[in-house]
Design a protein around this ligand. Sequence first.
Ligand code: FE2
Length: 193
Amino acid sequence: MQTRTDAVSAAMDDIRTIEADLGVTRAGVEAIRDRLVELSSNRELFPLEDFPHPGEDDAQSSLLYRLAQDADDRFALYAQSSRGQVKTPAHNHTTWAVVVGFEGQELNRFYERSDDGVSQTHEHMVQAGTGVAMLPDDLHSIHIEGPALNFHCYGLALERLDEREYYNESEGNWKIFKSVSGIREARTGLQSC
Ligand SMILES: [Fe+2]
């Protein structure tokens, strides 16, 4: 277990340095993505049984496990474990965001704003060895069919992101996501208080 803690900690140290050196730029977030792909290549550090996905009877189809987060809530890393049937509308993050695959597949579709909402620009199937990187205003949606485990990393913890916009297709307008709650603690060596 210490090995996972050390590996995650070393990756987050590098990611802080990358952001400091390259800033919140396309090159910066792509370098962060590449560092997380490297972390995820240590497959033995992340046994699937440590990150069970919700059961069929659970209301939610995916769960987030917190792997890293700074004391000021910056640089948050999560493992997202899904049983499948996960779908989000097009949304931004208001901070940089990276998704890296580990097990299964997560289709990411990317959009630009248009007069009548959003229009898709491209897509990328996130799976082991690949990932996507987004600047704060970039728009994507995720689509997961079957069981999947992916890493999600953000410049600021999800609970702090209370101005993320999503496009509500049925109403034809932009709305604000509720901030995320119910994240499971998966950091090791933390004192409970
Ligand atoms: Fe997202």
